[in-house]
Design a protein around this ligand. Structure first.
Ligand code: ATP
Ligand code: MG
Length: 417
């Protein structure tokens, strides 16, 4: 074979085809295999139908050196992956007494007497190794091949645990392959087109490098890839990008801005509170999605109505009458109010028009004000954000966190964390 080993993924589950459940296992497997240096060429999604599963597995085996199958290893009638694989490989299934014994013992301890059919989970493809499932009951299977074939349970937590622990080490033994080098830079405060405009002129000088720019509401991801033996080229390119984008880079890892901000607050020993109008708790939810955020986040107010803004946050009614609830002055006052009320070091506030209704000529949909308050001063930004309601709300949260990040860095006169 010329080039890296090829990998194919077969995702089994009617719920994905019929009930609009998202396939998260496929992308997870592909990320992991890509990180090993294997080339993912194909993902097939099939329902719980033995003929379709067998056909998909035959196709995958005919196209790739590595085939990973997700789902259909459970005990119920619609778990048919074992039988389908036996059919595709032309081998028999053998009931493994040791696995059956473990299952019986586990079920007995839990006081369950399930139908005998659950012991189909102990049926193993002839010549296959059994892969331990430490999270759930259905074991996985590995046929060394070639081609190599791994069967994993569809429950995401089980698959996520078993792929790196049980499958990747077995593949490494069989497929020598240097994983490509990869750098991820996360950017806030610039649109994709602005990132592109600054980075594109650098690319001419990069050789043997692959780059991708991905946009999401309020953040841009820049991915640089180089061959395993070309770390120097990757480092040069990273240096170029740092110069071109400066403090717009909030992390050199694949992480959300709430994680970078959390690290910054923790490192500086600062606490934060929030006051949210148009995002109504989304900013707080984002901040607290980070484990350990209680060390720096005190809480916040969902101040949707003027009454709450005035009553809880001491926003002067005169200010709202004169400038409106959607104004830089109102945002600044909300930030001040929640900081005073909570006793936090820092505060963020968001107010704006998320749409689709409620926009005016003077204050159109997408007009959002974010404000920051600290012992050393205040800052506010007026934004005109594109997108639908959810995108405007998401962009508002990320813009608020970006303001916080930049203001902390500026106060210290240091580089952004
Ligand atoms: P097992 O092999 O452990 O029996 P299964 O696919 O047969 O897995 P199901 O009962 O069909 O098990 O699914 C268990 C849970 O895992 C369900 O909530 C299902 O939606 C989820 N799941 C299955 N496959 C996927 C997938 N590809 N991506 C995300 N979730 C999945
Ligand atoms: Mg299933």
């Amino acid at each position: 074979v010329i080039g890296p080993p090829r990998a194919a993924v077969v995702v089994v589950g009617s719920e994905i085809l019929l009930d609009a459940r998202q396939d998260t296992n496929g992308p997870f497997i592909e990320q992991a295999l890509g990180g090993e240096g294997y080339a993912c060429i194909l993902r097939l999604i099939v329902g719980d139908h033995i003929g379709e599963i067998a056909a998909a597995i035959r196709t995958a085996l005919s196209r790739a050196e590595i085939v990973i199958v997700s789902g259909g290893l459970g005990p119920t009638f619609d778990d048919l992956t074992r039988e389908a694989c036996a059919d595709a490989l032309g081998v028999r299934l053998e009931r493994r007494a040791d696995i059956e014994g473990v299952l019986r013992e586990r079920l007995r301890r839990r006081g369950l007497t399930p139908p005998e059919t659950v012991y189909r989970m102990a049926d193993v493809l002839q010549g296959a190794e059994v892969l331990t499932n430490t999270v759930g009951s259905a074991p996985g299977q590995f046929v060394a091949g070639p081609p190599a074939l791994a069967l994993l349970p569809g429950v995401p937590a089980e698959l996520k645990a078993m792929l790196p622990a049980e499958v990747l080490p077995r593949l490494r033994v069989r497929f020598a392959c240097a994983p490509p080098l990869r750098t991820v830079l996360k950017i806030a405060g610039l649109y994709e087109s602005e990132v592109e405009a600054r980075v594109a002129p650098l690319m001419g000088a990069w050789t043997g490098l692959e780059s991708t720019i991905l946009a999401a509401p309020g953040e841009v991801t820049l991915i640089l890839r180089a061959a395993a033996n070309d770390a120097a080229a990757l480092e040069r390119a990273r240096g170029d990008v740092r110069q071109a984008l400066g403090e717009a880079i909030y992390a050199e890892a694949d992480e959300g801005i709430e994680i970078a901000v959390g690290r910054l607050l923790l490192a500086r020993g600062l606490t934060l509170a929030t006051a949210e109008s148009c995002t109504a708790g989304m900013l707080g939810a984002m901040i607290t999605s980070v484990p350990g955020s209680s060390a720096y986040y005190l809480g916040g107010a969902v101040a949707y109505s003027n009454r709450i803004k005035e009553g809880w946050l001491d926003v002067p009614p005169d200010l709202i009458a004169a400038r409106g609830a959607v104004s830089e002055e109102a945002a600044a006052s909300m930030a001040r109010g929640v900081r005073r009320f909570s006793g936090s070091n820092l505060a963020l506030a968001v107010t704006g028009v998320a749409g689709p209704g409620g926009g005016t000529l003077e204050k159109p949909v997408g007009r959002v004000h974010v404000a920051f308050a600290a012992p050393w001063g205040e800052a506010a930004r007026t934004l005109n954000l594109p997108g639908d309601r959810e995108m405007i709300r998401m962009r508002s949260c990320r813009a608020a966190l970006d303001l916080l990040r930049r203001e902390i860095s500026r106060a210290r006169g240091g580089a952004p964390a």
